[in-house]
Design a protein around this ligand. Structure first.
Ligand code: AMP
Length: 487
């Protein structure tokens, strides 16, 4: 069905490092190594996080569609001051708390259809790799030890600031560890000496890794010192990604550590970044209680991944309506292809039931196939051009309008309809939609919510030691094919 020679097209990616769109060339032919900074797991994720992870999910999907083999790696920050502080305030063990919110994050991602990450690497399971990288940096003179920890000496790395386009002396150092024994105020911690648990032993005493080193230790372990794409939200460019480059390029001597740096714009509320600290957030769980997850995906993809999105109920409603139009179109095509007999009625896809006869071929087939081909090429060009999903979506709506008109007028036959259906199947894979009716989606969603509710009630009964009722609930759920395991 794909007639366009994909080889004639080229993917262009906006690279934060060079501040320009570049033709995409992987380090190794068609095997792509993609790393995206994962969450710090101390609370439920919000829809700002979801925006970033849906964007990279679509980027991974599209690269796969274009024939690349993609190894998509994400870290899980499961040790951090935020986790420890939250654990102290809730009376939990920090690592238990991290596991709990990691599980919640993975559930949220599954619900959002974010399913292309090949491996989630926990920081705490890579302490040896972290220590080895720090050791290398110490040996080669890029790092030094003080009473409080081990630091990276930014003065030894003249390229520091190349990603964020800042000079060392202009750097705003407020987030960097205050330690009077540091050589330069901008030096950042690789290892923090601590005596309060959780701590790990190291040649520099008990402690915990710094904020940036887990990512480079993890990517070095799975990808080596140089790879294709590194992603994350805009807020991570400085200091996090800048520090990653300094660490890895100094440790390996190989430049660039990453060929393409990709950053997503913020999801904002009234012009301000949605974030935990500002308290202006909506969790993924809250959102998908009200809207099918695909509506949020559509909302996300309606804006280019690098641009800011202002969150509003109104735009979410518009997204829901737009998605319904695509779903309705897909259903119509499906229904039309299943019709076998009788005459062709005048048909309005929005209002009436489908016509009862569609000829197998028709005199306009060539014309429809050409239109489909043109739309397909434009769609691919839009996606090739730094993953321009809003343009790609708008092309689909133009196409739907023309085809709907022809369906109404009875001027389209089964052959082009079948080709259109294949095209929409491709689109559903690339953008991560499942073109079924949105009411079907929300029904599925409601069912999941109801099961969660019953499980919560049962857990409360168990806390009250009401074993009889909780066993009965389990057995009734069992009859419905829902197996509960008490751990
Ligand atoms: P964190 O757990 O805060 O490190 O965030 C995980 C990822 O979500 C990072 O790539 C952040 O840049 C991204 N992120 C956090 N808040 C937002 C937001 N409001 N809009 C878009 N991305 C965000």
């Amino acid at each position: 069905m794909i007639k366009v020679s994909i080889r004639d097209l080229m993917i262009k990616i906006y690279n934060t490092l060079t501040r320009s769109k570049e033709t995409f060339k992987p380090v190794k032919e068609n095997r792509i190594k993609l790393f995206v900074c994962g969450p710090t797991v101390y609370d439920d994720s919000h829809i700002g996080h979801a925006r970033t992870y849906i964007s990279f999910d679509v980027i991974a999907r599209y690269l796969k569609y274009r024939g690349f083999s993609v190894f998509y790696l994400q870290n899980i920050t499961d040790i951090d001051d935020k986790i420890i502080n939250r654990a102290i305030s809730t009376g939990n063990d920090p690592l238990d708390l991290a596991r709990e919110f990691e599980a919640e994050y993975l559930k949220d991602m599954e619900k959002l259809g974010v399913e292309n990450v090949n491996f989630y690497a926990r920081a705490t399971e890579h302490i040896e790799e972290i220590k080895a990288q720090i050791e290398t940096l110490l040996k080669s003179g890029f790092a030094y030890e003080t009473d409080n920890g081990v630091y990276f000496d930014v003065s030894k790395y003249p390229d520091f600031g190349k990603l964020s386009n800042r000079k060392i002396e202009d750097l705003n150092v407020h987030r960097i560890s205050p330690d009077p024994n540091k050589r330069n105020p901008e030096d950042f911690a690789l290892w923090k000496k601590k005596d309060v648990k959780p701590v790990w032993n190291s040649p520099w005493g008990a402690g915990r890794p710094g904020w940036h080193i887990e990512d480079t230790a993890i990517t070095e372990e799975y990808f080596g010192p140089q790879y294709d794409i590194h992603g994350g939200g805009l807020d991570l460019i400085f200091p996090h990604h800048e520090a990653e480059i300094a660490q890895m390029e100094s440790a390996s001597g190989k430049k660039p550590m990453v060929r393409y740096w990709m950053h997503t714009g913020f999801l904002n509320v009234n012009g301000e970044k949605m974030s935990k600290s500002l308290g202006n957030f909506i969790t993924i769980k809250e959102l998908i209680k009200k809207y099918p997850p695909e509506v949020f995906r559509f909302f996300t993809l309606s804006t280019h991944y690098r641009s800011p999105i202002d969150f509003s109920q109104e735009i979410l409603e518009q997204s829901q309506n737009s998605l319904k139009r695509i779903n309705k179109f897909y259903e119509t095509i499906d229904e039309l292809l299943n019709i076998e007999t009788s005459t062709f009625d005048q048909y309005s896809p929005e209002e009436s039931s489908p016509p009862s006869y569609i000829p197998e071929t028709g005199e306009n087939d060539e014309q429809f196939n050409r239109l489909l081909e043109e739309t397909r090429i434009k769609f691919l060009e839009a996606m090739d051009n730094d993953f321009n999903t809003p343009l790609a979506l708008s092309l689909l709506f133009d196409f739907i309008r023309v085809i709907n008109r022809n369906v109404q007028q009875g001027t389209i036959s089964q052959k082009p309809l079948l080709n259109i259906k294949f095209f929409f199947n491709d689109i559903s894979n690339i953008l991560g939609f499942n073109f079924t009716s949105t009411s079907e989606n929300s029904k599925n969603n409601l069912t999941e919510e109801l099961v969660d509710l019953i499980v919560d009630i049962r857990n409360k009964l168990r806390e009250k030691k009401d074993w009889e009722l909780s066993d009965e609930i389990r057995s009734q759920l069992d009859d419905l094919g829902i197996i509960l395991e008490d751990k």
